[in-house]
Design a protein around this ligand. Structure first.
Ligand SMILES: NC(=O)N[C@@H](CC(=O)O)C(=O)O
Length: 428
């Protein structure tokens, strides 16, 4: 395996240093390191971060290869600086058996762009009625630790309780998509001033918050760990803050789009802004940013949800929900969290690498950038300014809300165990 010398990189935004990769590991860090026998990458003051880890990605394979595959999704991940992604279970067939999760896991390893850690469904067929074979998925070659019916809420309290009890036995975690189904029947967007004006069915904050409140109490009751997907409201933040102060073992994520965009955008009627949970208000956005900064929200997760154009380029009500996110996540976080002074690069490394790896138990990922650790790394040109051009995406889908928008920062290199997956912004 080749030697690589990354010269003059600001490790986690600190003073420029050289980082030598050898044998798939970080071999040396210092100034004026010898380049003998090594390929040199001039970092020129770019920021070096641990490879990013996404706890919430939709790769769509098997079943919806028209929107994404494990190959195209992991190429998109490498382009965005990711070295590991957790693949959601809402595929066709659903990832509710050892067979399906092993297939997805194996495809990730074969392609080699980014490690794929499958998430197992909580219930058979995501139907919410009967627990899936959680133990068998954990025992399989895929070693599933995270379980989620994402896209659907595990709304039956008894099923949720049983799932929490079951995964406790092997240190797993249930990642809840918090959406009370009856309160969101016919819902099209955030319930508020804009939905009233547009006459679109409202999706109340309480539909999310009531499930989070129930589930942190259930987690406390059974002494298990629960993770809350894509928090979108100020009230959800308050509940998670309260639960953590009580010592409940809860973690939470926020998506880049909920850190930046609001429901005002729905006035365009452009379904690119249609997403689950919906874009909320400015007040919610500010509360989510503060919660990510103070650690109430543990991680940024993309909820990368690719859809083919025929599922998005239609009238609002008929359009699919979701946005792609892997290739723009770090730029949105730079804009909303770093350039606002809410997080430094050490904080970003925690929220986008160390903490998601810890929650999902992704071995070898989210490790500090230090000697002896696996060389899972990403190099970011933080001074770059440019507008987003979806035509350049590695993802098979183009449903980004940022087309034509200027965002800061660009990932130039990604290394997975010392092997380059992205070089000068181009996939290896
Ligand atoms: N986040 C989304 O808007 N969409 C997700 C599923 C979901 O959470 O509804 C998808 O799979 O497309």
């Amino acid at each position: 395996m080749s030697k690589i010398l990354i010269r003059g990189a600001k490790v986690l935004g600190g003073e420029p240093q050289d980082v030598l990769i050898d044998g798939g590991l970080v071999a040396e860090i210092g100034t004026g390191l010898s380049a003998e026998g090594a390929e040199v990458v001039e970092a020129d003051g770019k920021v070096l971060l641990p490879g990013l880890v996404d706890l919430h990605t939709h790769l769509r394979e098997p079943g919806r290869e028209d929107s994404e595959t494990v190959l195209t999704g992991t190429r998109a991940a490498a382009s965005g600086g990711y070295t590991a992604v957790f693949a959601m279970a809402n595929t066709f067939p659903v990832a509710d058996t050892a067979g399906v999760v092993e297939q997805v896991y194996r495809l990730g390893r074969e392609h080699g762009y980014c490690d794929v850690q499958p998430i197992g469904a909580v219930t058979v067929g995501l139907e919410g009625r009967k627990l899936a074979e959680l133990g068998a998925m954990h025992e399989s070659a895929a070693g599933v630790t995270v379980f989620s019916d994402d896209g659907k809420c595990v709304d039956d309290a008894v099923i949720m309780r049983r799932a929490l009890e079951y995964v406790k036995a092997f240190g797993g975690v249930v990642a809840q998509h918090a959406q009370e189904p009856r309160l969101t029947e016919g819902a099209q967007m955030n319930e508020g001033v804009v939905s009233a004006e547009l006459g679109l069915g409202g999706w109340p904050a309480v539909a999310e918050e009531s499930i989070i409140a129930r589930d942190v109490l259930l987690a406390e009751h059974v002494g298990s760990r629960v993770h809350i997907c894509h928090l979108s409201t100020a009230g959800s933040v308050e509940i998670v803050r309260w639960a953590k102060s009580r010592g409940i073992d809860v973690t939470a994520e926020v998506t880049p789009h909920h850190l930046l965009l609001t429901d005002e955008l729905v006035r365009t009627y452009d379904p690119v802004y249609k997403v689950n949970p919906p874009l909320r208000t400015e007040r919610d956005v500010m509360a989510l940013r503060e919660a990510l900064a103070d650690g109430t929200i543990d991680i940024v997760a993309t909820d990368h949800a690719p859809h083919p154009h025929e599922d998005k380029d239609c009238e609002w009500a008929a359009a699919a929900m979701g946005m792609v996110g892997l290739e723009t996540a770090l730029s949105v976080v730079q804009q909303t969290m770093v350039e606002t002074g809410l997080l430094d690069w050490t904080g970003v490394a925690d929220r986008m690498s160390a903490a998601p790896a810890r929650i999902g138990r992704a071995d070898g990922h989210g490790r500090p950038v230090s000697v002896g650790e696996p060389a899972n790394l990403t190099l970011v040109d933080t001074a770059y300014r440019g507008s987003v051009d979806p035509a350049g995406f590695a993802s098979r889908s183009r449903n980004t809300p940022y087309a034509g928008r200027e965002l800061p920062g660009r990932v130039t290199h990604t290394w997975l165990r010392g092997k380059a997956t992205l070089v000068d912004g181009k996939l290896a």
